[in-house]
Each structure stands twice: as structure tokens, then as C-alpha cells.
Ligand binder design. Structure first.
Ligand code: NAG
Length: 332
């Protein structure tokens, strides 16, 4: 009997680890080690992801950035999209796109699409403060399905987006100094690749809790040089988000990790980033303080120079690690 117990224990150890049972709770998760993680979809519903699951290469050929859709919203059409198609100049002419106005591009994450709540949250905030073009990118094909396959598709999806933006500005007018790319989770790495493809010309890139699993040390991750100014806002570092300061300026609200105030799990902490950003666009009230190092940021002990987190200011610049405390509910 004793032998059987020992044997069973050994078998379960070899098999890897127990499958976590509480949806959204990633307290078991160790970065780079754990096989399973609960990951929220575009509707903030957590799904269990197997990080060891192999990717079927043929899927990558079918699901790529060629199918990206670009949905334009402006103050003249704040809720109903106008679809702009690359190489179809009439799709620009027949839309409300105005090259003289700022351009914000919003990119969703895993298992999301253009209708995911974070898009409208950020779109509405920006149109409330700026007479602008907002383009919501729908990359639902590659984004939906295996997480590992979505990760692999990110560079290609980003390159298509970068090429689209170059074409849009060349044909519809626009100014790279007025371009702000914003991506959530996997979308943060998509906008990084898009910015790189466009030669780092975009004035701002904002990564909202850039995805962590499979991204540590990944050369396709969002980088500080992908735009003129790249900001990362970390809210679930070490779990669904990445803790590494991959932006030029990196904000670690409330320590940059689970649990964010008012959250009971990592699913909620990760999803907090788009809310903090949307709120910052409306009222620019988050005052970051420069940290000496990551440890100080994680312990929320930063007391150095001020830099606002997020906001809509197109020529914002800065660098370093920043800490701050937020509230537990809107507007945080
Ligand atoms: C996941 O987080 C979202 C908020 O971001 C919340 O609405 C949802 O209820 C959470 N789900 C679970 C199972 O924790």
C-alpha cells in the first residue's frame, strides 16, 4: 500500500503538475515553470491554457495578419465602424478618416476581437477628449484558438498592421507624430511589431499589461525602440503579464502585479490595465514616481521624479521605472 502511494505520487510528479481548479486563480503559477495558466478572453472570462501544447504549423499559414480588419471610429461615427481596406483608397475616401487629426490604434489580446469591451472602453475615452481617428484592429482569426498559436502569429499580425498604417498615412494623410498605438496583453506585442515595421516612427506606443507567458526573452516582444516613446503599464507581472521593464517608461501601479486593489485574482489584475489607461486618457490623474530599481517598483516604494501614467498627450516622453498607488474602482 505504501509503495502504491509513493508510486502514484511519483507518477503525478512526472506527469507535470495538477490542473488548477479555480477559474481565474493563478496563485499556483511560476513563470517559466508552470504548464497551466488561467487566461481571460476578450469578455474577461478565464480559460485554462496549456502552455506546453504544440502548435500545428499549418494553422499559422491560414490564420495570419492578412485577415486583419481595420475599423475606423470618429466623433462622426463613434459607435458604428467604417472598415478601411489596405490597397483600397476609396475605403479611406468614403470614410470619416481625416489625416489632419490624431490617430489612435487599439489592438485586443488573446481570444478577443474588435467587439471586445476594452476596445470601446479606450475608444470612447479618447473620442471624449480628442477629435481623432480611432482604428480598432480585429485580428480574431489568429487570436482565437490555442494560446501558443496566437503567440506565434503575433509578429506577422503586427507586420501587417505596420504595413497598413504606412499605406494609410501615405494615401490618406497623417503624421507619425500624431500616432498612438495601444495594445492589451498579446496586443501589446502586436503593436510593438507594427511599430517596428513602420520604422519606429509612431510617436507613442502603449502596452497594457503586455502578455507574459512565452514572452520572457522573446525577441518578438514589445521593445523600447518600437516607437518614439514606448510605455508599458504592468498590472499582473509574473502571471498573465510580463514583469520585465520592456518599455522606455514602465509603470508598476500598486506593485505591478496581482492583486490589484479590488481584485481577488490574476484574471482581474490583468484586466485592470485597460481600465487604468482609459481612465488616464479621460483625466490624466495617475502620478507615477521614479523608482531606483524593479524591486522598489514591486514594493510600491518609489519616491523619485514625477511622470504621469498613460494619458492622451501625443508628444509625451520619458524613461525609467515608475510606481504609484491607485484606487480600487473607477476612476481608480
Ligand atoms: C475576471 O476578471 C474580470 C475583470 O477583469 C471579471 O469581470 C470576471 O468576473 C473575472 N472572472 C473570474 C472567474 O474571476
Amino acid at each position: 500500500m505504501k509503495l502504491l502511494v509513493v508510486l502514484l505520487a511519483a507518477v503525478s510528479l512526472c506527469a507535470g503538475e495538477d490542473i488548477p481548479q479555480v477559474p481565474g486563480d493563478n496563485s499556483h503559477y511560476v513563470e517559466g515553470v508552470s504548464r497551466y495558466i488561467w487566461m481571460p478572453d476578450g469578455d474577461e472570462v478565464p480559460h485554462l491554457v496549456d502552455l506546453h501544447e504544440p502548435v500545428d504549423e499549418s494553422v499559422l499559414n491560414e490564420r495570419n495578419g492578412a485577415n486583419n480588419e481595420y475599423w475606423l471610429f470618429t466623433r462622426r461615427n463613434p459607435n458604428s465602424r467604417q472598415v478601411i481596406r489596405r490597397n483600397d483608397v476609396n475605403s479611406i475616401r468614403n470614410s470619416n478618416y481625416n489625416g489632419g487629426r490624431p490617430l489612435m490604434v487599439i489592438v485586443h489580446g488573446w481570444n478577443g476581437n474588435g467587439n471586445s469591451g476594452m476596445n470601446a472602453l479606450i475608444r470612447d475615452a479618447y473620442l471624449a477628449v480628442a477629435d481623432a481617428n480611432v482604428i480598432v484592429v480585429d485580428w480574431r482569426g489568429p487570436a482565437n484558438g490555442l494560446y501558443n498559436a496566437a503567440v506565434r502569429a503575433v509578429p506577422n499580425v503586427g507586420q501587417f498592421l505596420g504595413d497598413f498604417l504606412v499605406w494609410l498615412i501615405n494615401n490618406g494623410g497623417g503624421n507619425w507624430n500624431n500616432v498612438h498605438l495601444v495594445g492589451f496583453s498579446l496586443g501589446a506585442h502586436v503593436v510593438g511589431n507594427a511599430g517596428r515595421r513602420a520604422g519606429g516612427r509612431a510617436s507613442r506606443i502603449t502596452g497594457l499589461d503586455p502578455a507574459g507567458p512565452q514572452w520572457g526573452g522573446n525577441g518578438n516582444a514589445l521593445r523600447a525602440a518600437d516607437g518614439q516613446y514606448v510605455e508599458a503599464i504592468h498590472t499582473d507581472g509574473g502571471f498573465l503579464g510580463i514583469m520585465d521593464p520592456i518599455g522606455r517608461a514602465n509603470f508598476y501601479p500598486n506593485g505591478g502585479r496581482n492583486r490589484q486593489p479590488g481584485c481577488s485574482n490574476s484574471n482581474c489584475s490583468h484586466g485592470r490595465a485597460p481600465y487604468l489607461f482609459a481612465s488616464s486618457v479621460r483625466t490624466n490623474h495617475f502620478n507615477g514616481r521614479l523608482c531606483n530599481n524593479l524591486n522598489q517598483a514591486q514594493n510600491n516604494q518609489c519616491t523619485g521624479a514625477n511622470l504621469r501614467m498613460g494619458n492622451s498627450i501625443l508628444n509625451k516622453r520619458g524613461s525609467g521605472l515608475y510606481g504609484l498607488t491607485t484606487g480600487a474602482s473607477w476612476p481608480f
